[in-house]
Design a protein around this ligand. Structure first.
Ligand SMILES: NC(=O)c1ccc[n+]([C@@H]2O[C@H](COP(=O)([O-])OP(=O)(O)OC[C@H]3O[C@@H](n4cnc5c(N)ncnc54)[C@H](OP(=O)(O)O)[C@@H]3O)[C@@H](O)[C@H]2O)c1
Length: 239
């Protein structure tokens, strides 16, 4: 396979214009890394033409589209292909998974710099895959990616769903603005970051069976009851 020769002036290629593409493009701009962006919505050239000068092409598209995209544009294989999926196992591109959540708003340089990237063990180093990106990085066995990603989804996305329920229900049911719970949320995150093993409070931590039973009764007929009961099952004897 012919590789486009490395040179500092080679722009970094980006495919896609979704959440991660917007954030990483912004980060690379802050770092002064030149880029070429191709997206199916806005680009008129074929990706192989638009991205021709790029040594590395970052495929920031939906997970299920990554392999078909490379198959549809075989000329892309002349570039170093990289993807950011946390769970995809593929030989079509190297993985650099940013261990971060990407909201609609952009972040500042320091926030981006602190994002750890998780790469495949036995593969290329971050500086080889994304030259000029100074972030910390770790490796895991490629076959561990689905478990690694499941843990990311549960910790990041599931807690977000629970907090969102609390914010909206406080407002709708009790007339308490969601913002009133912000100090609770901030301190929970702070306690976890400071000492995760002692951060848990509440009835599970106190092994308070009466309060747990009362909480579960209060959730009768509520779709959240199964979630509460599952946490009791999984964590009651492990707190
Ligand atoms: N979101 C996160 O917090 C996060 C965190 C870490 C890693 N990631 C990974 O980052 C990658 C991008 O995710 P995202 O959150 O940025 O997704 P997204 O916001 O849904 O954007 C997906 C992008 O893929 C494009 N796309 C989808 N199918 C395509 C196809 N067949 N051909 C060409 N382009 C196609 C979309 O174009 P259209 O607009 O034209 O559909 C859009 O630009 C994924 O691998 C994801 O697993 C995401």
């Amino acid at each position: 396979m012919r590789q486009v020769p490395q040179s500092d002036s080679n722009p970094l290629g980006i495919v896609g214009d979704g959440r991660v593409a917007r954030h990483l493009s912004h980060y690379f701009t802050l770092l002064g890394i030149p880029m070429r962006v191709w997206s199916r919505r806005t680009s008129t050239d074929a990706p192989v033409e638009a991205l021709a000068p790029c040594r590395t092409v970052l495929l920031l598209i939906r997970d299920s589209a990554i392999e078909p995209f490379v198959a549809a544009w075989p000329g892309l294989k002349e570039h170093r292909l990289v993807h950011c999926s946390g769970s995809l196992m593929t030989s079509a591109a190297d993985c650099v998974h940013p261990l971060m959540t990407f909201a609609p708003g952009l972040y500042d340089l320091e926030t981006y710099r602190r994002i750890p990237f998780v790469l495949d063990a036995g593969g290329r180093a971050l500086d080889d895959l994304l030259p000029g990106v100074p972030n910390p990085w770790f490796t895991i066995a490629p076959q561990d990616r689905p478990l690694y990603h499941a843990l990311c989804v549960m910790a990041g996305n599931f807690t977000t769903l629970l907090w969102r329920e609390l914010f909206t229900r406080f407002e709708d049911r009790f007339g308490i603005p969601g913002s009133a719970a912000q100090p609770f949320l901030a301190q929970t995150a702070k306690n976890l970051a400071a000492d995760a093993s002692h951060a848990l409070t509440g009835p599970l931590a106190r092994r308070d069976a009466d309060t747990i039973a009362a909480n579960l009764r209060a959730l009768d007929g509520d779709r959240l009851k199964d979630i509460y009961a599952a946490f009791v099952r999984v964590y009651a004897d492990r707190t």
